[in-house]
Design a binder for this molecule. Structure first.
Ligand code: C2E
Ligand code: MG
Ligand code: MG
Length: 583
């Protein structure tokens, strides 16, 4: 309980009574009790006005107030719930006292001439009642809060899975009575774990709050959005006219979530996988609908980029393809299922092959070709990225060594390192071991680190990169332009190349802003003594444009798609000198 004075509204029409009460109750006689601060009005009408404009801890009313309706104390005005009301008056028959309490008073106090003893009794009654009601109010708040917690997610304030299920149950019951279609959307953010690890959980939390706000913006008031757990969200679309309306909302959500999320100096772009189930076709109850939307989401997860899947009954056969995939990822290396493909990088001025980027492939016997941007994040989440990354490094180094031994042109093989690999314990030692065992000279290896990876903790990154550089390997910054780099750090990074992200190359000839950015990146690379490499070059026009901007190297379908090792060897043999092809 706090000790600030309690404000009491006194309704008393007789001057003498009012005077005695105000001075008597205000008196404190050195006892350390809560002070009472009385505001006196003459009648109920005036009290109503006071209650509208002021805040009171209690109301004290003389039963003889001229306009008091004893049987309807609510008419006294709008008191905030919990504000106690005490009525005083002459000795009254029990029936009248009961009536007054039944009408909403907390207590009936018997008063005579307001003697000292009586005023003391009044004071202590008032204080006790105020304290009790204060405790009750606090309890009520705590109860409401714990109820809110039990049904809401702490971080985003959204309903949780329990509340979601109970809303869905209600809506299903309504939809049975007044037939209409409902859709359940199961949303999962791709790579969220990796973002969380790279950027730290505080930014991860802010990202989730941002996502929940964006989701709410995409929906109508009658729709429900909930956070199920971690990076999973659930939505009920109430009363959709056509199935396609659910897909339309899902697309809108993906578009909204794909807009960059900006945090301080960083930008994050999110892909999302969305599974959809419909009532009544895909399930009778809330449990089945949520389970089937989940199964559809898992199917969406194994597809490239942001994707949307409606539930189809055969998805039930494997409750969770994702789990199965994760399971099969655990032993993928032993089973020898992974393969590396190689994509040429070409120097625009000499026309020579300046590198080959190793890109991992997983031709899954059941799910077909799974793109790396689906299983690399999975490998990162499960920690499998370390053995997988070692396998990629070892295979790429051995391959390059073999090509060199066959007398093919010499160039560095470029290998992508994920954030977790870069941040693991002594990554340079792992690389040194692999270089040693494959007998590849260090300058024949180029490590591609994404901008986000190295900027996450730039000071530590510099140290790790220095260690790698001291082995003699090269370092490129991959997907440059998609994150936020600080120039001060870039200057200190011991790197060789900047790889300009494909998104800029894509809109090079269409968007002036992207053209300006690409020009600036190329200029900056020159300034820092780095080679600028454009990724994803698909056309002659793009190539010419980039060459005019002073870009040093290109990589992309225009030169070649990533190739299986045998095709790559053939390409290398036939294109030992690409000058003609590019001019
Ligand atoms: P990345 O390192 O930026 O690789 C370039 C991606 O762009 C590759 O996709 C490549 O096939 C694709 N690409 C190249 N040229 C073109 C083009 O002209 N047009 C189009 N549309 N695409 C082009 P991929 O192989 O699917 O790899 C995607 C990402 O997966 C890679 O992006 C990289 O971040 C990651 N990744 C691939 N292999 C590995 C690996 O062995 N380890 C790790 N940690 N990550 C890998
Ligand atoms: Mg790369
Ligand atoms: Mg890239």
């Amino acid at each position: 309980m706090n000790n600030k004075p309690s404000r009491v509204l006194l309704v008393e029409h007789r001057e003498e009574n009012a005077r005695r009460l105000t001075s008597g109750l205000k008196q404190r006689k050195g006892v350390h009790v809560r002070e009472l601060d009385l505001v006196r009005v003459h009648n109920v009408n005036e009290a109503r006005v006071q209650l509208l404009v002021g805040e009171f801890d209690a109301v004290l009313v003389g039963v003889e107030a001229p306009d008091l309706a004893k049987s309807d104390l609510a008419a006294l005005g709008d008191r905030p719930t919990g504000t106690p009301l005490l009525v005083y008056g002459a000795e009254a028959p029990e029936a009248l006292r009961d009536e007054i309490v039944a009408a909403g008073a907390d207590e009936y106090l018997t008063s005579g001439v307001f003697s000292q003893a009586e005023l003391q009794l009044f004071g202590s009654c008032l204080r006790n009642t105020i304290d009790r009601s204060g405790i009750l109010a606090e309890l009520e708040n705590a109860r409401r809060y714990s109820q809110h917690l039990a049904h809401h997610d702490d971080l985003t304030g959204l309903p949780n899975a329990r509340l979601f299920a109970s809303r869905l149950r209600q809506l299903i019951a309504q939809a049975r009575r007044y037939p209409r279609q409902l859709a359940v959307l199961f949303i999962d953010l791709d790579r969220f774990k990796a973002v969380n690890e790279t950027l730290g959980s505080e930014r991860g939390d802010r990202l989730l709050i941002d996502v929940s706000e964006r989701l709410m913006r995409c929906l109508r008031e009658s729709d429900t959005v909930a956070r199920r757990s971690g990076d999973e969200f659930l939505i009920i679309l109430d009363g959709i006219a056509r199935t396609q309306d659910a897909a339309r909302v899902a697309k809108k959500i993906q578009r909204e979530l794909a807009l960059p999320h900006v945090f301080d100096d960083r930008e994050i772009v999110l892909d999302t996988s969305i599974g959809i189930s419909l009532f009544p076709s895909d399930g009778e109850d809330e449990e089945a609908l949520i389970k089937n939307a989940d199964a559809a989401m898992n199917r969406a997860k194994v597809q490239s980029g942001s994707s949307i899947q409606f539930f189809v009954p055969k998805m039930n056969a494997s409750t969770s393809e994702r789990l199965e995939l994760e399971q099969s990822l655990r032993t993928v290396i032993e089973r020898g299922e992974l393969a590396l493909h190689y994509q040429p990088q070409v120097d625009l001025f000499s026309g020579k092959i300046s590198g080959m980027e190793a890109l991992v492939r997983w031709p899954h016997p059941e799910f077909g070709m799974i793109p790396p941007d689906k299983f690399i994040p999975m490998a990162e989440e499960t920690g499998l990225i370390l053995p997988l990354g070692d396998w990629v490094l070892k295979t790429a180094c051995e391959q390059n060594k073999r090509w060199q031994d066959e007398g093919l042109p010499r160039f560095p093989v470029a290998v992508n390192l994920s954030a977790r690999q870069f941040q693991c314990e002594k990554p340079a030692d792992r690389i040194a071991k692999i270089l040693h065992s494959s007998r590849l000279t260090p300058d024949s290896l180029d490590l591609e680190l994404t901008e986000t990876t190295v900027m996450a903790d730039a000071e530590v990154a510099i140290d790790t990169m220095e260690r790698m550089r001291s082995l003699g390997v090269k370092i490129s910054i991959d997907d440059f332009g998609t994150g936020h780099s600080s120039l001060a750090y870039l200057k200190r990074f011991p790197i060789h190349r900047l790889k300009i992200d494909k998104t800029f190359v894509d809109s090079l000839l269409l968007d002036e802003k992207d053209e300006a950015i690409t020009r600036a990146i190329i200029g900056m690379a020159k300034n820092l003594g780095l080679s600028a490499v454009a990724e994803g070059v698909e056309s002659r026009d793009q190539l010419d444009f980039l060459r005019n901007l002073g870009c040093n190297e290109i990589q992309g379908y225009f030169v070649s798609r990533p190739l299986a090792p045998d095709d790559a060897a053939e390409f290398l043999g036939a294109n030992a000198d690409l000058v003609c092809a590019l001019n």
